[in-house]
Design a protein around this ligand. Sequence first.
Ligand code: AMP
Length: 113
Amino acid sequence: MSTTDNCIFCKIVAGEIPSKKVYEDDDFLAFHDIAPKADTHLLVIPKRHIVNLNDLNEDDAELMGKMMLVIPKIAEQEGLVGYRTITNTGKEGGQEVFHMHFHILAGSRLPGF
Ligand code: AMP
């Protein structure tokens, strides 16, 4: 499991790895997924290194509430009428990057679910 030191998304937050940024505020960053699985494929991350949902505690409730509000804001900014959000938790849940992120997927190629 990644730590802050070798975390690719922490490096994106720090500007050490480039990203196609679409949104940034004090707490969150959103950028295009490097290997898009849909016409639009964005990732929304907290700037703070949180591994995944299992890493949360009561103190994170406000931050996570803000994250739920920032996602539709980004979707509106990007002109997305409808979209799918996914967060994978743990290797067995399909998580490959161990810094929490919500995928925003939209467009004509969304498979049935
Ligand atoms: P997950 O499987 O939920 O952990 O998703 C990780 C996502 O991060 C995948 O969709 C990758 O394509 C994406 N990804 C990995 N490295 C980068 C990067 N440097 N910039 C943007 N997206 C990335």
